[in-house]
Design a protein around this ligand. Structure first.
Ligand SMILES: *Cc1c(COP(=O)(O)O)cnc(C)c1O
Length: 396
């Protein structure tokens, strides 16, 4: 029996097999009571005294250390706040300042669009000849040259699950004098990450996917400890100031990672996330990764055996894959809606990707077999071929 499976710790509705923890993790059972007591006892009872008395002001660093533990970041090197898009912007802005002679930000076309949009926004703001360059994921290494200030990559591709090899890529990037930023949106809580060993300068990620922090849970940012007192924050908000309550008229960056804070922390969301992070106590990421791959391999084998209409879109080699498996099907959107209607929840990414996330904390081999059986029924009997399943919602 695996030590990883903690199904009873999550709220998963009867009759649902949840294969979408890569997009929004389910609610840990302990969250509702703790958030309720935070609301009533802390906000309700303590009012403004909660900032000191209930530890709200230190929560971004306290929870940051809990996240840091599962991504191999030393204590005091991770802080929570804002959304991932904002953290991408912060990391990029600080990275290019560390490399002032160069003007190019390199990323790849497999990156999540928001990361690229934020880079475009930054380039527009900086002017002075800055440029965002994107190449195919397989061409990143050969595209590195001495014009590049910073390389920003998402380790695991949100559509296909394809995974970059963090350590050698970082080494190649740094050997060319560039700064490395890793986006861990689909890595944190999904696969083993060792930021200390990888030695990258920056990392960012979100917490509502594999970390189960809930919709709108804050993002995290890591700055390598030797740089944390030197990086220049572009979003120089008062809570990243060295002495916020001195109310100086001029900005002075805070000590270390604290300078990456911006404004008032989302205390209610952080409370939910803190409860969710407690579930990671004692979880061995190597063991979790092994369990995740076992479920993925079972899913791929059973789908390929039973459902020839679907084509694997993820790398077959497990070392090149994160914690999700994607299949292509021309009517993938409708097929996914039909599947969701029958209790198997995955999601769809344009143009034709059906995405399934594997999270061994609340999924076992029986769930995988049941999901494949229901998917086979949908596909063999064309149950997706109905107008109601073809009308696209705002969120896919
Ligand atoms: C999920 C995800 C985001 C989302 O950013 P938010 O600002 O939190 O909405 C950004 N980048 C990547 C790589 C993602 O996977």
């Amino acid at each position: 029996m695996s030590h990883i499976l903690k199904k009873e710790a999550f709220v998963i509705p009867e009759g649902v097999i949840y294969l979408d923890g890569n997009s929004l993790g389910p609610m840990p059972r302990g969250v509702a009571a703790r958030v309720q007591s935070m609301l009533e006892d802390e906000w309700g009872g303590m009012l403004i005294r909660g900032w000191n008395g209930a530890g709200w002001m230190d929560q971004p660093s306290r929870v940051g250390d809990m996240v840091g533990r599962i991504i191999g970041a030393p204590v005091g090197s991770v802080v929570m706040g804002d959304t991932l898009s904002i953290k991408v912007f912060q990391a990029l802005a600080s990275a290019v300042k560390l490399n002032p002679e160069r003007r190019v930000i390199l990323s790849d076309t497999g990156n999540f669009p928001s990361d690229l949009y934020m880079a475009e926004g930054l380039v527009g703001l900086l002017e002075q000849g800055y440029e965002l360059r994107t190449v195919a994921p397989e061409e990143v290494l050969s595209a590195i040259d001495d014009s590049i200030a910073a390389v920003m990559l998402t380790e695991v591709d949100y559509r296909t699950g394809r995974k970059h090899d963090m350590k050698p890529v970082t080494q190649a990037v740094q050997a060319a004098g560039c700064i490395m930023i890793w986006d861990l949106a689909h890595s944190a809580g999904a696969i083993e990450v060792d930021l200390w060993e990888a030695n990258c300068e920056f990392a960012v990620g979100c917490t509502y996917k594999y970390l189960n922090g809930g919709p709108g849970a804050p993002a995290f940012i890591y700055v390598r400890p030797d740089l944390a007192d030197h990086v220049q924050p572009a979003l120089s908000g008062w809570l990243g100031h060295r002495a916020p309550f001195a109310f100086d008229l001029d900005y002075r960056p805070g000590a270390g990672i604290e300078r990456m804070r911006v404004g008032t922390p989302p205390v209610i969301q952080l409370t939910a996330l803190e409860v969710a992070m407690e579930l990671w106590d004692g979880v061995d990421m190597q063991e979790l990764r092994a369990e995740s791959l076992k479920l993925q391999e079972q899913f791929i084998a059973e789908v390929e055996r039973d459902i020839p209409q679907l084509t694997l879109a993820s790398p077959r080699d497990t070392s090149l894959r994160g914690s999700q498996v994607s299949f292509r099907f021309a009517e993938g959107y409708a097929a996914m809606q039909a599947l969701i209607d029958r209790g198997v929840i995955g999601d769809f990414r344009a143009p034709d990707i059906m995405r399934f996330g594997f999270t061994p904390m609340y999924l076992d081999a029986g769930d995988v077999s049941s999901a494949v059986a229901i998917l086979a029924d949908v596909m063999h009997n064309d149950l997706w071929d109905q107008d109601t399943y073809k009308t696209r919602s705002k969120v896919t």
